[in-house]
Structure formats: C-alpha cells, structure tokens
Design a protein around this ligand. Sequence first.
Ligand SMILES: Cc1cc2nc3c(=O)[nH]c(=O)nc-3n(C[C@H](O)[C@H](O)[C@H](O)COP(=O)(O)O)c2cc1C
Ligand code: SF4
Ligand code: SF4
Length: 327
Amino acid sequence: MRGVFYVFSGTGNTEAVCRALAAEWEKRGIQTDYVRLKSGQETPDPRGYDRVAVGYPVHAFNAPAPVLQLLKSWPRAQGTAVYFVKTSGEPVRLNDCSCAKPAAILQKRGYKVAGEYHYVMPYNIIFRHSDGMAARMWQAAARRIPHDARAMAEGTFTPWPHGPFKRAFSFLLRIEQAAMPHIGRHFRADERCVGCGKCARICPQGNIRMENGKPVFGKSCAGCMACAFYCPTDAVHLGVLNGWRVNGAYAFGGEPATDEEICRYCNKAYRRYFAAAEAYPLPEAGAGLPANEKGEAREAGQSAAREADAGNANAREDAAQSAQLRA
Ligand SMILES: Cc1cc2nc3c(=O)[nH]c(=O)nc-3n(C[C@H](O)[C@H](O)[C@H](O)COP(=O)(O)O)c2cc1C
Ligand code: SF4
Ligand code: SF4
C-alpha cells in the first residue's frame, strides 16, 4: 500500500504532526511519500496512492492559499479519498470552517473527503504561548497521533459536515488571502538584520530575495510567518501585523503546563481539548520529546537553528522550515 502527505507548514507545527503521522503509516506498512509544499514545485498525482493526506495550518479560519492552489491543480478523480490534517493555535470550533473550501474544491473534482484531524499547536502569530503550553500541546498530539494514524491507515470514513454557516464564515475570512500579498510587500528587515539570508532560504513562496545583503519582500506572501519566526535576530518587521509577531522556536521538550498554568485566553476550550486528548495513553517512545532525524531528543528550536545556519540543503528543508520536526 502507498500513501502520501502533502504538507504546507510555515513554522513547523503542521510539519511535526504530519511527519509523526507519516511515521505511523510507515510502521503500519504503508510506503509513504512526504511532500513539503513550496511554490513552483512539481507534486505527485494523488490518484496513484491508496492513502492521501493534506496537512496545513489554519490561517484566518481557512486553509492557506497555496493549499487551495494545490487542490485546484489536481486532476479529476473518481472517489479518491483524502484526509485533512490541520493545526491551529486555538481549539475553538470555528477552526472547523477551514476545511469547508478545500472540501468543496475536492468534491467538485471527484474526490471524497474521508475525514479531518485537528491538532492544537502553539501560535506563530498573535501572541507567544508559554513553552509549558507548547509542551502540553505536543504531548496531546503525541497521544492522539498513533490512534488517528491507524484510523486513516485503515481507511476509516468520518466526514465532518460543512453546512452553509461554515462555508459563509470561511468565505468572509478568505479576505486574508487577498490581503496577504499586499501586507507582505510591506515586510522589511530592520537594523538588527545581519544579512544571513535565512529568511530568503526558508520562505516557501520564494518571496524573499537578498539584495545588497538585505532581504527584499515580493508580492507572493502567503503569511506563513516563517521569515519572522526564524530570523535569528528578530529583525523582520511585519508591517501592520508587527504587533502580532512571534519570534523564536518553541521548546516542546520542557515540563507541560499544569491545568492551572493553561493560558487564560480560551482557557475552557484548551482544557476541553487537553482532556479529550489525554484519554489516550502517552506513547512511550519519545513521550512527547522532540527528536531529530537521528532519533536524538533535542530542544527543537535550537537544533533547527543550528542546522539551518550550517547551510546544508537538506537541513534547511528538514530543520529550518520544520523547527519542531520529530522523526
Ligand atoms: C496568517 C495566520 C493566520 C492564522 N489564523 C489562525 C486562526 O484563524 N485560528 C487559529 O487557531 N490559529 C491561527 N493561526 C495560528 C496557526 O494556525 C498555528 O500556529 C499553526 O499551528 C501554525 O502551523 P505551522 O507551524 O505549520 O505554520 C494563524 C497563523 C497565521 C500565520
Ligand atoms: S533572517 Fe533575519 S537577519 Fe537573516 S537576512 Fe533575514 S532578516 Fe536579516
Ligand atoms: S515572506 Fe515570510 S510570511 Fe510571507 S510567505 Fe515568505 S516566509 Fe512566509
């Protein structure tokens, strides 16, 4: 059996979850291809696979524009089943809307949405979660991943309904996709920029070029926040979004937040989310600790930054763009 993950991820959260799910598919004997989406890249035909998953971070209660573009580019199919795997910073139900448009695109093209899996991961915009919250979120994901991966591997069919309200809400919020290229044109590097070029190397849209040792931002920003998040000197100024900038990878391997330490914002929703995930046992291997591709436990952000700085092409793909990569 063959499987494939198509994953868009700005700051590594969705990457971490999808890599872990893909590893579980492999354990179940599904030979799994993994495609990290970048602009201009060739992607395989989904119809050649027995299991297909599409991973993305929720952006303004929607799937990011590059994900919609990918799905629109797919050839017509006759019932190929597709799973969605999404991550978002808050556990509110409105994030369910993010699948409404991708589901509509797929259904029109003859695909079948077989299920949706939603993981809460720390914010890469708006505000910075505590590392304790990040650790608890990762543990919650780690508990669910074997269970969810098995359901997908077995072809379980659990579609979520997308009624008129969800479709209308996601339609209204898709204004973010129209606005982002304009907002992104006003990103700039301030005087803290040391000209390392990391932002240009990791931008999945190829939207940043280096000129005279400084980044210049183009017209195809998808708002993924990788540039601002991974800049080693926090030099990326995000124009009108600057007050929401989050810089620096999360340390997922620390002590998880206790119930009392759960952030006050959306407190009840986080509690509900954690309680549901914590019904599953914590897997022994890894037990919530990030591991690099060699299986060594690490503080993800530090390793990712080190590997990205080394300038190695693979490390850039697998580390700089995926700070929380777990094998
Ligand atoms: C432009 C933008 C919009 C976002 N909108 C939402 C949102 O509507 N709801 C939410 O819960 N999180 C939102 N987030 C947070 C991300 O979904 C979350 O941090 C996600 O895990 C990031 O995944 P990544 O690291 O794979 O990019 C948004 C992030 C960005 C950059
Ligand atoms: S990552 Fe930061 S320091 Fe490096 S070139 Fe970009 S803005 Fe400058
Ligand atoms: S410019 Fe920055 S926020 Fe925009 S797509 Fe590139 S890395 Fe992401």
